[in-house]
Design a protein around this ligand. Structure first.
Ligand code: SAH
Ligand code: ZN
Ligand code: ZN
Ligand code: ZN
Ligand code: ZN
Length: 481
């Protein structure tokens, strides 16, 4: 990415999604995405290809101008690199290993923490100098507690649901009659379903996990896990995996399928929406003729301030008030009074009235909005909505003619509400925030500003600004979740 010149007219990057499969160059993470620099006066910048999955060039530094000629030598080197970075085993091999592993006597079931690998009998010696831990049967069914979360990895940004959130999701899906859950980047939900904790479900639920973290392949059969990139809808194991997904999405008698996705925050909304559309299309193609026009039920978990971007792609989604929280992220813990509130929400095309939010956590039903809302989210008669996005009680501004955050004041010179200490004449504009890509604020007011700052303590000044711009690439933030 060093080759991309950043000047003041450069405002970030836009992804150009192509219809149909053009022959895009590939990096180790599958087909790359085409980016275009966004400039102030609508002039398009030079387009280039870069990795779909990695926000950090340390993780994948693929770069190619759209009009660049790639020499044969470079193409070969690229292919060799793609091969080198493949998962150490194929999915078939992982599944075969798993069967061997579970047949080991209990005291021989060992996991190497250094290599993040379950060890077969003849592999133990090779890992003698590594930290190995016993794997109890219960842990085998909860790999998310055995594997080290990749939460220091900006690209994969693994943040695992708390018990509270995982159980809420499962209970909600069961109550709605879903019995097939396509878990896209939700390993903890997947394993909760697998462990048969389908609260309230009469029949066992089925679950298929799609995730880029191939360590999970060690614990599941080929009909339970697919190595998948949700930013380009790429199946690393090719046709075998897409066939598994098609089979899973075919609803026989009484079966109801739903997708639950929890992408890394700051992930590019447009490509994600593209992938979810293709999943929906696959689902539609598997069903018998009638009702073929509907979309597959979807729950997309993302921060509330990405709402405008998500709705721009999927106008049929509604954002719910439920606050999703994570075990390994202190900032995103659920807020009871005085504690931090989580900014993470559910976006869904399931009718919001049907998704009952837990009363014991203060959620209640608004009969006018026909959805469950947070404790402090009071219905505004003027706006005729329950306006709060962040969980706090918002107030109506008569001059703006809308509800705003409690901390905002109406500014005469800007003619709108803003934080009392805002710099005047700094409307977010069409490009939004360079830090998290929200359209609702500029980088200065970004609620995630401190997160990304601590992630790049070293660099100040020009380098920090460059990184911020690069990471903005129309929707990327540096440290996510
Ligand atoms: N809250 C979820 C985990 C969400 S963290 C749970 O507890 O189940 C984001 C997840 O998406 C991780 O599992 C990560 O491995 C996966 N992921 C990250 N980038 C991805 C990509 N490009 N394609 C598919 N999965 C990805
Ligand atoms: Zn090892
Ligand atoms: Zn209301
Ligand atoms: Zn106002
Ligand atoms: Zn002002």
């Amino acid at each position: 990415m060093d080759t991309v010149g950043l000047d003041d007219s450069c405002l970030g990057y836009e992804v150009i999604l192509s219809e149909g499969d053009r022959s895009t160059p590939r990096c180790p993470h599958g087909p790359t995405l085409l980016f275009e620099k966004v400039r102030k006066r609508g002039e398009g910048g030079r387009r280039f290809y870069a990795c779909s999955a990695c926000r950090d060039r340390k993780d994948c530094n693929f770069f190619q101008w759209e009009d660049e000629k790639v020499s044969e030598a470079r193409e070969l080197a690229r292919q060799a690199n793609n091969k080198r970075q493949r998962a150490p085993f194929s999915q078939q091999q992982y599944s075969a290993r798993f069967l061997q592993f579970i047949s080991l006597p209990p005291d021989e079931k060992k996991f190497c923490q250094d290599c993040q690998l379950v060890l077969l009998a003849d592999e133990v010696d090779a890992h003698a100098a590594h930290v190995r831990v016993p794997v109890a049967a219960a842990l085998l069914r909860q790999p998310s507690r055995l594997l080290r979360p990749l939460d220091n990895n900006k690209s994969y940004a693994q943040y695992l649901f708390t018990e509270r959130t995982a159980r809420f999701l499962l209970g909600t899906l069961a109550a709605l009659g879903y019995n097939k859950v396509l878990c896209v980047g939700t390993p903890r939900l997947h394993e909760l379903i697998k462990s048969g904790n389908a609260d309230g479900a009469a029949e066992p639920m089925k679950s298929l996990l799609l995730d880029i973290d191939f360590r999970y392949a060690q614990f599941y059969g080929q009909d339970e896990f697919c190595h998948y990139n949700m930013f380009n809808h790429h199946f690393f194991d090719g046709e075998a995996s897409s066939a598994a997904v098609r089979a899973f999405l075919r609803e026989s008698d009484g079966e109801k399928a739903v997708t639950v996705a929890d992408p890394p925050f700051g992930g590019l909304v447009k490509p994600l929406a593209g992938s979810f559309s293709r999943i929906s299309q696959t689902w539609r193609n598997q069903q018998s003729a009638d009702g073929s026009y509907v979309d597959m039920p979807l729950i997309w978990i993302f921060p509330y301030f990405m709402e405008p971007r998500i709705l721009a792609c999927f106008p049929s989604l509604t954002m719910l008030d439920y606050q999703v929280d994570y075990d390994n992220h202190s900032l995103y813990k659920h807020g009871k009074t005085g504690r931090k509130q989580s900014p993470v929400r559910l976006f869904t095309n399931i009718s919001p009235a049907e998704i009952v939010l837990p009363e014991e956590e203060g959620y209640r039903f608004c009969a006018i909005c026909e959805r469950y809302v947070g404790r402090l989210n009071e219905h505004c008669a003027e706006c005729d909505v329950c306006p709060s996005k962040d969980g706090r009680q918002w107030k109506h501004c008569a001059l703006c003619g809308r509800c705003v955050k409690p901390s905002w004041r109406h500014c005469q010179s800007c003619g709108r509400c803003a934080l009392p200490d805002h710099p005047c004449d700094q409307s977010p504009g069409a490009e939004g925030c360079f830090n998290c890509a929200s359209l609702a604020h500029k980088r200065k007011a970004c609620p995630l500003k401190h997160i990304s700052r601590s992630a790049s303590k070293k660099g100040r000044g020009a380098r920090t600004r460059q990184l911020a711009k690069l990471s903005a690439r129309s929707g990327r933030i540096k440290k996510t979740k």
